[in-house]
Design a protein around this ligand. Structure first.
Ligand SMILES: [Zn+2]
Length: 298
């Protein structure tokens, strides 16, 4: 009896020490020490919810759409943010991707593409019809070949679905641009009344083409805009913003980046339109959820 009591006592002390250690860790390192970056714990998508994650990858883009029926990744950050991106996806319990969209071949969008393809079961890859002479691009193409997944070339109006979520490819519209950014695959994601526009680094030339093609169909009208080209003044033309009329603008950007993104002029444009501005450099990863009505920030 005495021994057993002693055992329980030891167990109690161990528990107390563990709880104390967790509290101290949280006090010293913030809640990230317990819950990881962004502060939210992994939870499965349920109850008809869809989540839009704009993942903090520094100066680059990576977004994840989670549905009950599967996940879609749009861009994979830089080479140097691979580990953070993998940790983020692992924390959410991501094992496979229904689609991985790599918007255009710049390193800040496809740097982690090889890691994604080598780590997760990727069923389909969506790419613009544009090659690029870089080691990063080569690594991505080799990884696609090794994964043996279906490759879908992005053409306007092509749609794909995961459960009740529909993605429509809006751009690239032309087949030849001088600026690589304009090859960016632009995707509109619709779930119930929620629409999110993922623009990659599409610049004003691509925006003008989208305006011409979709303006009168209301296709550009969205609730959340992933700000084009990290909030650069090469994108977010007033005419484009007037057609998109977003409530939220999410800027995926690195703190203290050398490009001076986002540009003051663009922030002023957003502010004048009273958009709610969300920035990964200031807030870390940003998550919106919806069950088909208005999207809300998690
Ligand atoms: Zn970029």
């Amino acid at each position: 009896m005495a021994r057993r009591r002693r055992k329980n006592k030891v167990k109690g002390v161990v528990t107390a020490v563990l709880v104390l250690a967790a509290i101290i860790a949280a006090l010293f390192f913030g809640k990230d020490a317990l819950f990881g970056e962004g502060g939210h714990v992994s939870d499965p998508v349920s109850g008809g919810e869809v989540q839009f994650h704009f993942i903090d990858v520094g100066q680059g883009d990576a977004a994840l759409i989670r549905t009950e029926k599967g996940d879609i990744l749009i861009d994979a950050g830089t080479n140097s943010s691979e580990e953070e991106l993998q940790a983020y996806l692992d924390r959410l319990g991501v094992k496979e991707l229904e689609y991985a969209v790599f918007t255009h071949p710049h390193e800040d969008h496809i740097g982690g593409a090889d890691m994604i393809l080598n780590t997760y079961a990727v069923k389909r890859v969506v790419l613009p019809d544009k090659e690029h002479d870089s080691k990063t691009f080569e690594r991505m193409m080799d990884a696609i070949e090794a994964e043996k997944c279906e490759v879908i070339m992005a053409t306007p109006d092509k749609t794909f679905k995961v459960g009740e979520l529909t993605c429509t490819i809006l751009a690239p519209i032309s087949t030849a641009y001088t600026e690589l950014n304009n090859y960016s695959v632009v995707i509109r994601a619709d779930y119930g009344d929620t629409s999110v526009l993922f623009t990659g680094d599409a610049e004003v030339d691509s925006e003008a083409e989208m305006l011409e093609r979709y303006r009168f169909k209301g296709t550009l009208d969205c609730d959340i805009l992933k700000a084009g080209h990290h909030g650069s003044d090469t994108s977010s033309s007033q005419a484009f913003l007037d057609a998109v009329t977003p409530v939220h603008a999410v800027i995926s950007v690195g703190e203290g980046n050398t490009y001076d993104h986002p540009k003051q002029e663009i922030l002023a444009r957003y502010e004048a339109m009273k958009l709610e501005i969300h920035r990964t450099d200031k807030e870390g990863s940003i998550v919106f959820t919806t069950t088909g009505g208005e999207p809300t920030r998690k």
